[in-house]
Design a protein around this ligand. Structure first.
Ligand SMILES: Nc1ncnc2c1ncn2[C@@H]1O[C@H](COP(=O)(O)OP(=O)(O)OP(=O)(O)O)[C@@H](O)[C@H]1O
Length: 520
């Protein structure tokens, strides 16, 4: 048994130290350290491919990390090194439970049965792992009654009592998410790991989720580690936020500190476009605004990557030679670009122009990244380490040139880059709204005023235009919106199809009515 008493660590439930995870040549997580405190909600955020799920998979034993240590301190003082525990022992012994990005319920079983199945281990133990349970062995009967009570308790907490006898698969999406969490809670976890619990939820369902998570936090003592893209959830309920970019930590602190951290804003981590603008205005940091306001780089256009945020295809993360430290290519990180404090308008372009050569090299070698995720290609020897000094806040250096010797500082004196190529446009763009009247794109969840403005600027005014987008259109649009994958994640096309259908129906009804009116 690798459990030992450790009283000094009682405030920290989870201690991740120098965690690295490589998949072949790809470094999904590089030298990551952070802590989660007992009784708190810790959020792990970052753009697609930042390594969040990989961290979860290491904590819950699905992956054995390449390097590093993950220590779980239980309330009774025992300590478990999770990377050494067989994965099936992590829930039972270390008391870590998790949910997945894709709901994994027994959809044919009832809601109540799902909660009872979760307690199978406890019941098996009570039966002495024999058939005695069938004959009403008293310890089994007691455990069985307790299991039902616990299931009922979590049914009520998740607001699912009325649906107890319905098949889990019949529940609305938001209720299924809550059921998954209730099921995990029936195992009595000390640490609950939730992978994007708010994904696909409508605002009402999101609110119900927040309520459930706050209830868990306030009344059970279970600590929560949360991966989430929905910033309203993160900012409202988290005590502590850790931000990843390309497998490395770029920020760590309370929600307000992280929200206004220029490195985070620069990386657009999990923050909606609208929110970025609000934050920048609140922060009032013109230098950061200027640095970000350079428009999509040609290297970040749809040809090389689906997102201007994803970095050129050749941008990479790799292990350095000394001490197994991980280096991140400068061009890969928007956060690092801000961190140099280099003057506005030149850094992004200059870095982009430097990256141009690498991009074509990557293309030639066929090193493509799916959905803008980090590629496994080696960074050049000159790539700067993404050290905390490189990531110093630009406010501290406002108005000053970047530190001598910094890669980006040099780039500020470079000749201006060639004019940017325009990213390929959307196939069905219009010069102006049809009949001079545009649809209210703001009713599509995920499109806020900033995105709407950008869409309009790119000739998109109507639901049916969005409904008709194909893969290439989505890539073209994502080149000027923040975040890879948001169109699919928020199902803009599905929403637009439904709205276009409604609008067509309303239009048909109106013209029928006017015809009838004309005949009278
Ligand atoms: N089993 C695997 N084999 C190879 N590469 C993997 C594997 N799992 C993850 N990766 C890669 O590791 C990187 C990090 O992926 P991960 O899923 O952890 O990111 P994430 O931050 O959770 O992204 P998302 O928000 O899209 O879920 C990605 O480049 C991904 O392609």
């Amino acid at each position: 048994m690798n459990a030992s008493t450790n009283t000094s660590m009682t405030e920290t439930i989870l201690n991740v130290e120098h965690l690295s995870m490589k998949f072949g040549g790809l470094v999904a997580i590089g030298d990551l350290s952070f802590q989660a405190r007992r009784g708190e909600i810790t959020a792990l955020i970052g753009p697609n491919g930042a390594g969040k799920t990989t961290v979860f998979n290491c904590i819950t034993g699905f992956y054995k990390p390449t390097e590093g240590m993950i220590t779980l301190n239980r309330r009774d003082g025992s300590t478990y090194l999770l990377e050494r525990l067989p994965n099936h022992e992590i829930p039972a012994r270390a008391k870590v439970a998790r949910t997945f990005q894709n709901i994994r319920l027994f959809s044919g079983m009832t809601v109540l049965e799902n909660l009872l199945v979760a307690q199978h281990n406890k019941l098996m133990k009570a039966s002495g792992y024999t058939f005695l349970g069938l004959f009403g062995f008293s310890s089994y009967r007691q455990a069985s009654a307790e299991s039902i009570e616990l299931a009922k308790h979590w049914l009520a907490k998740a607001d699912l009592t009325d649906r107890a006898d319905d098949p889990a698969g019949d529940l609305p999406y938001g209720a299924q998410r809550r059921l998954e969490i209730a099921r995990a809670m029936c195992t009595g976890p000390e640490l609950l790991c939730l992978d994007e619990p708010a994904a696909g939820l409508n605002p009402k369902e999101s609110l119900a989720l927040n309520t459930l998570l706050m209830d868990i936090k306030d009344n059970t003592g279970t600590s929560i580690l949360l991966i989430e893209h929905d910033m309203s959830v993160v900012m409202q309920i988290s005590d502590h936020v850790v931000v990843l970019e390309y497998g490395r930590k770029i920020s760590d602190g309370d929600p307000e500190a992280v929200r206004t951290d220029p490195k985070v804003i620069a990386a657009y981590l999990g923050v909606d476009d609208e929110e970025v603008e609000t934050v920048l205005t609140e922060v009032g940091d013109e230098e950061v605004i200027e640095q970000l306001d350079t428009g999509p780089d040609p290297d970040h256009g749809p040809q090389s990557s689906a997102s201007m945020l994803a970095g050129p295809v050749s941008d990479s993360v790799e292990h350095g030679d000394e001490g197994g430290r991980v280096t991140v290519s400068k061009g890969a990180s928007r956060a690092a670009r801000v961190g140099t404090g280099a003057k506005a308008s030149t850094p992004a372009r200059s870095t982009a122009s430097k990256a141009q050569g690498k991009t074509s090299e990557a293309k030639a070698s066929g090193a493509k990244t799916a959905g803008g995720k980090a590629s496994a290609k080696s960074a050049p020897a000159s790539s700067a380490k993404a050290s905390s000094s490189a990531a110093a806040r630009p406010k501290a250096t406002a108005g000053k040139p970047a530190a001598a010797g910094s890669a980006t500082a040099k780039s500020t004196t470079a000749k201006p880059a060639a004019p940017a190529k325009k990213p390929a446009g959307v196939s069905n763009r219009l010069v102006a709204p049809r009949g001079g009247r545009e649809d209210d794109l703001l009713v599509i969840k995920g499109i806020g005023p900033v995105n709407k403005k950008k869409l309009n600027e790119h000739g998109i005014f109507h639901f049916d235009q969005i409904a008709a987008w194909k893969k290439a259109d989505i890539e073209a649009v994502e080149a000027y919106l923040a975040f890879d994958g948001r169109i699919a994640r928020e199902d803009w096309i599905g929403q637009a199809k439904a709205l276009a259908k409604q609008a067509a129906k309303a239009g048909a009804a109106k013209s029928a009515a006017s015809k009838r009116g004309g005949r009278k």
